[in-house]
Design a protein around this ligand. Structure first.
Ligand code: PGA
Length: 256
């Protein structure tokens, strides 16, 4: 089973029109406007702030796709400030990041497992692919709860999803996000293998073999290749390092 390597960038709530334009210009220069990845076995998806997404889509190199970082639980309507999956599909935005730990954990947001699952199922129903994030807090890891937390979050999604072909699972240990504390390749591989095993036992062997499980948390050019060598790490979701010209070095880890 070959799983196409998947590298997501997550710009979070960062950037200006100028910084985004400069970054895309740098990437266009270093990738020959994206031609470098024309036949490469890697899928590249950049999750921009919603405000910038359509201009980023136009500026990004060829072979880079665009995503949003959140969407609404259902269809369009009187939901001030929200964006429905129909609107993403209509605007040519093929992916959305859902369940990021900053949305699950920030006290002012606090999305539940169920909310993330409802959003995931709805986005898929509209043809929008989902980068579904899960991950444990430091205190959960230290309490030996890593697999219990991750499989609880995954189960909520699995209970509502039938077709996994447009789902990418992003394992992002919360203690590794934005902290510079990357999980070791062995720590990440252990969880990824456990998640694939869970998928095999609870969804199906075929889905478990096909679904991409990507790692996020302080991925950088200097650690990407070692992580990419692990059998069950099928790519990355990258925050801070995705706002730099040398993010292409993270993408290039697909070929190790
Ligand atoms: P980081 O963020 O790469 O800055 O640690 C990862 C993420 O939040 O997706």
């Amino acid at each position: 089973m070959t799983r196409t390597f998947f590298v997501g960038g997550n710009w979070k709530c960062n950037g200006t029109v100028k910084s985004m334009t400069d970054l895309c210009t740098a990437w266009n220069l270093s990738t020959d406007n994206g031609a470098k990845y024309a036949n490469a076995a890697v899928e590249i998806v950049i999750a921009a702030p919603a405000l910038h997404a359509l201009s980023a889509k136009a500026l990004l190199p060829a072979n880079f796709e665009i995503a949003l970082q959140n969407c609404w639980t259902g269809g369009p309507g009187a939901y001030t400030g929200e964006l429905a999956a129909e609107m993403l599909a209509d605007a040519g935005i093929p992916w959305v990041v859902l369940g990021h730990s900053e949305r699950r954990s920030l006290p002012i947001v606090k999305e539940s497992d169920d909310t993330v699952a409802v959003k995931t199922a709805y986005a898929l129903s509209q043809g929008v692919g989902v980068i579904a994030c899960i991950g444990e807090l430091l205190e959960e890891r230290e309490a030996g709860q890593t697999m219990a937390v991750n499989t609880r979050q995954l189960k909520a999604i699995a209970d509502k999803v039938d077709d996994w072909s447009k789902v990418v699972i992003a394992y992002e240990p919360v203690w590794a996000i934005g902290t510079g504390k990357v999980a070791t390749p062995e720590q990440a591989q252990e969880v990824h293998a456990g998640l694939r095993q869970w998928m095999s036992e609870n969804v199906s062997a075929d889905v478990a073999a096909a679904v991409r499980i990507i790692y996020g948390g302080s991925v950088k050019p200097k650690n990407a290749k070692d992580l990419a060598k692990e059998a069950d790490i099928d790519g990355f979701l990258v925050g801070g390092a995705s706002m730099k010209p040398d993010f292409t070095e993270v993408i290039d880890a697909y070929s190790v």
